[in-house]
Design a protein around this ligand. Structure first.
Ligand SMILES: [Zn+2]
Length: 305
């Protein structure tokens, strides 16, 4: 939340001043992506959201973007190197390219199922040459073990993605393919996802997450030799964030208390910032991305108005 401290650095200014720009760059962009991933995942409710946005970013930062998306709430990532770094299996579907090369959607899906079907879910892309409804039915008819169809209809061909998906769902159900899920992608965000939840089973989200607005953290001097000192517009003195164990109230207080009584419910409010580096040495290892994600998604979702 605004004005909460997230990091404290203590030491000779000359030692850490060269790190101001890279530290802020890391925090601001990664937090922006993680925050957006949470917002989009909340919009999708129980449906998984996969991060498909690496092709919108420079490859040098793709693993950082993917990791941030994952720890913010995405259920998986498409880029294999990012997945490897996170200890995950990459997630994706057949590309339109395979269908174009093989000249037919069912041929591509069939070959994929034959080669990879035992290891991974088979998801048919059903918008390459024909109508989504007919391609979905053809694939479901011919490919035993089809797990899902993916709708990635270009915006120039869409009326309403919701109506297209509802029609596909109806036809699949009517023909007995109730177990074939619907995966939707293509320009999705937290605005467009909620109405699709009634029919979608999973989403691929790209630009909305990878191009998320940054979170504007700033790094400021707030004490010099233990005495409060700060520029105008900033509160002086080292601060700590406390969160109540009982009611999740968030309190910013002077640094140094070990625990605090929550003014709202009298519960125990614990300090959140912990020392992780001392004299240049890590005090403990980094937690795995999965552990960070579990912590992050267990936090209450607070949407700023
Ligand atoms: Zn409380």
């Amino acid at each position: 939340m605004p004005y909460e401290p997230v990091m404290m650095i203590e030491g000779p200014y000359r030692d850490f001043s060269p790190l101001e720009t890279p530290l802020l760059g890391l925090l601001c962009q990664a937090s922006g992506v993680s925050t957006k991933a949470r917002v989009v995942s909340e919009a999708a409710k129980d449906n998984p959201v996969f991060h498909f946005g690496s092709r919108r970013m420079h490859p040098a930062i793709a693993p950082m973007i993917g990791r941030s998306a994952y720890i913010g709430g995405c259920d998986g990532v498409a880029v294999s190197e990012t997945a490897r770094q996170l200890g995950l299996e990459p997630v994706g579907t057949i590309p339109h390219a395979l269908i174009l090369i093989l000249e037919d959607s069912t041929t591509a899906t069939g070959m994929f199922e034959e080669i990879f079907g035992a290891e991974v879910n088979t998801v048919a892309l059903v918008d390459t040459f024909g109508d989504e409804k007919f391609e979905a039915l053809e694939n479901a008819d011919l490919i035993e073990g089809l797990n899902a169809v993916r709708l990635d209809t270009p915006s120039s061909r869409r009326g309403s993605m919701l109506e297209i998906a509802k029609e596909v769902r109806w036809e699949l159900d009517l023909h007995g393919f109730t177990n074939v899920d619907i995966f939707i992608s293509g320009g999705l965000d937290e605005e467009s996802i909620p109405e699709l939840n009634e029919v979608a089973d999973a989403y691929g989200v790209g630009t909305a997450i990878s191009n998320a607005p940054v979170v504007d953290f700033s790094l400021d001097i707030v004490e010099i030799e233990g005495e409060p000192a700060s520029k105008r517009g900033k509160k002086s003195g080292a601060k700590q964030l406390y969160i109540c164990n009982n009611c999740d109230s968030r309190l910013v207080r002077k640094f140094g208390e070990t625990e605090l009584k929550c003014p709202r419910c009298e519960g125990k409010a614990e300090p959140i910032m912990k020392k992780v580096i001392e004299n240049g040495k890590k005090l403990k290892g980094y937690p795995e991305a999965k552990k960070i994600r579990n912590y992050s998604i267990s936090q209450p979702f607070i949407q700023e108005s």
